[in-house]
Design a protein around this ligand. Structure first.
Ligand code: NAP
Length: 501
């Protein structure tokens, strides 16, 4: 089948965050014109729109946390601040004409597959019928509120980190923060400078790896302007370093793990001189078992005079503050919940049913799984970007989305050429793929006896346990035998030199 006779599918992209923007750009590059983007909020940006807490930044180097086709010479810091990334996302989205395509303040409520098409109903009651749905809904966007007795009885101000209340002034106040994950450590580093008293309620200590931040000067930025290949080189250099250190360390390389462990433990030893405080901050699990926190500021912050690290378990919340198991009541003006997210909700609570009216909750009743993280058997022509087992250590999520986007585009292209009547992975392929993932978990550090958001309710890490290069290689070309094919007709190959568009 020639290019000009390819079917032109209609595609709905759900979410205009980093992945949704990328998908819209790539779909258009592939010559697909019938694209609808639904966004629940009033702006693009996803996680960077939602997380506006003090100190919010990306702990992946900025030049690596960019789209490969659109470097940003204007990054102000080695670890870009949240507002810079939001600005970058808005800029790319506008430049590539994505923003104009987005239907803002409109979420997808109903999504049902019937007779070969997806039937959608949005929060505004609008209906549409499309060939493909791409859920670019992100992973960490459903705030997890702690199940602590009396939480609602607190009379002061209280909010989750992803729902920051900027009307509440924290200067000079008695502030409590529950949690010590990547989010909390960024907030603590910042708030410790202004809060009257900051009490950190730590349930489990975290390993902290220090990489100093750097303010980029005009001299750093000037050579990058208009020089995409230089920015690509820079990005690749960071990516190479990340792959061979952090990613290798968590996925089985003993040498990389020994190095990262040594540096992390040395950071704790050198930064915290008080043996009692050091003991409180020392985890009893392997470095990297929980997602490694990258911070060069946290240890300094936790030692400030106005900061108290509380390690006694929280018993309940009172009107006045937090009551710990030793009977102490920590009186607070503001309580911040840095208690993370529900990582297994993905596109839910959307009412999603696939073939034969199969609800997603039924498909995932036993386990949240997908084939190659993207395709869920029973849900034809539906792709879940950054789905289960996508996250790869401390790597750039943008790079992950780009690899997945290429794979999805190739599958859609097979559909356009008639090689696949629908794009639906078989149950057998999904099981085989997930068995393969499980077989690799034993050598990773995630099964090192710690609790983390990486683990599903069965205690299995929803991660990719092999190398980054392996992941990229396996997503290079879809294996059509892993998909339902009504007619095992001759496959029309995609010629490498042929542009998709
Ligand atoms: P998180 O890593 O899941 O941490 C949640 C924290 O809350 C943990 O310290 C946890 O303690 C504590 N907690 C939860 N429920 C509690 C309870 N009932 N009582 C006491 N403590 C409780 O969440 P996060 O810090 O928001 O980070 C989530 C992920 O977001 C990160 O791992 C990272 O992937 C991403 N992130 C990335 C960046 C970046 O710079 N790229 C920045 C922020 C976040 P336990 O450890 O005992 O469970």
């Amino acid at each position: 089948m020639e290019n000009n006779t390819r079917k032109n599918p209609s595609v709905a992209v759900i979410g205009a965050g980093m992945t949704g923007i990328l998908m819209a750009i790539k779909l258009r590059e592939a010559g697909i014109t019938d694209i609808t983007i639904l966004e629940k909020a009033d702006k693009v940006g996803g996680t960077w729109r939602e997380n506006t807490y003090p100190g919010v930044a990306c702990d992946v180097p900025a030049h690596m946390y960019t789209y490969s086709f659109k470097g940003n010479p204007e990054w102000e810091h080695r670890f870009a601040h949240g507002s810079e990334i939001q600005q970058y996302m808005e800029g790319v989205s506008a430049e590539y004409g994505v923003t104009d395509m987005v239907r803002f303040n409109e979420s997808l409520d109903e999504c049902h597959y019937r007779e070969g098409k997806w039937h959608l109903t949005t929060s505004k009651g609008n209906q549409m019928v499309v060939d493909f749905v791409v859920a670019a809904t992100g992973i960490l966007h459903h705030p997890a509120y702690p199940d602590i007795q009396g939480l609602d009885s607190f009379k002061g101000d209280m909010f989750h980190t992803a729902r920051w209340d900027h009307d509440v002034s924290l200067e000079g106040k008695r502030v409590g923060i529950i949690g010590t994950g990547s989010t909390a450590t960024q907030i603590i580093s910042e708030l410790s400078k202004t809060a009257g008293k900051l009490t950190v309620f730590q349930r489990t200590p975290q390993w902290i790896f220090s990489v100093p931040d750097k303010d980029y000067t005009e001299a750093d930025k000037a050579p990058l302007r208009g020089n995409q290949s230089l920015m690509t080189k820079l990005s690749r250099r960071y990516a190479f370093m990340m792959r061979h250190t952090f990613t290798a360390a968590v996925t089985g390389s003993k040498m990389a793990h020994a190095l990262i462990s040594w540096l992390t433990k040395r950071n704790l030893r050198k930064s915290i001189r008080d043996p009692e405080l050091r003991a409180k901050l020392t985890p009893d699990y392997k470095v990297g078992c929980k997602r490694l926190v990258i911070s060069s500021k946290f240890y300094e912050a936790i030692q400030r005079k106005n900061v108290h690290l509380e390690t006694t378990a929280i018993e309940r919340i009172s009107e006045k503050g937090v009551i710990t198991a030793d009977g102490n009541e920590h009186e607070l003006d503001v309580l911040i919940l840095a208690t993370g997210f529900h990582p297994f909700n993905f596109m839910r609570p959307m009412n999603l049913t696939g073939r034969d009216e199969l609800p997603i909750d039924t498909a995932w009743a036993k386990k949240v799984q997908a084939y190659r993280s993207l395709c869920i058997p029973g849900f034809p022509n539906f792709f879940l970007m950054l789905g289960p087992n996508t996250p790869i250590g401390n790597y750039s999520v943008i790079a992950m989305s780009e690899v997945q986007a290429k794979y999805v585009l190739k599958l859609i292209d097979h559909w356009r050429r008639g090689n696949l009547q629908t794009v639906e992975a078989t149950e057998e392929a999904k099981v085989r793929y997930n068995d393969y993932l499980k077989a690799g978990m034993g050598k990773t550090v995630w099964v090192g006896g710690c609790q983390s958001w990486y683990l599903d309710p069965d205690g299995d890490p929803a991660m990719w346990p092999y190398s980054w290069d392996q992941w990229v290689k396996e997503l290079e070309e879809p294996d059509l035998d892993d998909f339902h094919r009504a007619t095992p007709a001759e496959i029309v190959p995609i010629h490498p030199a042929e542009k998709a568009a």
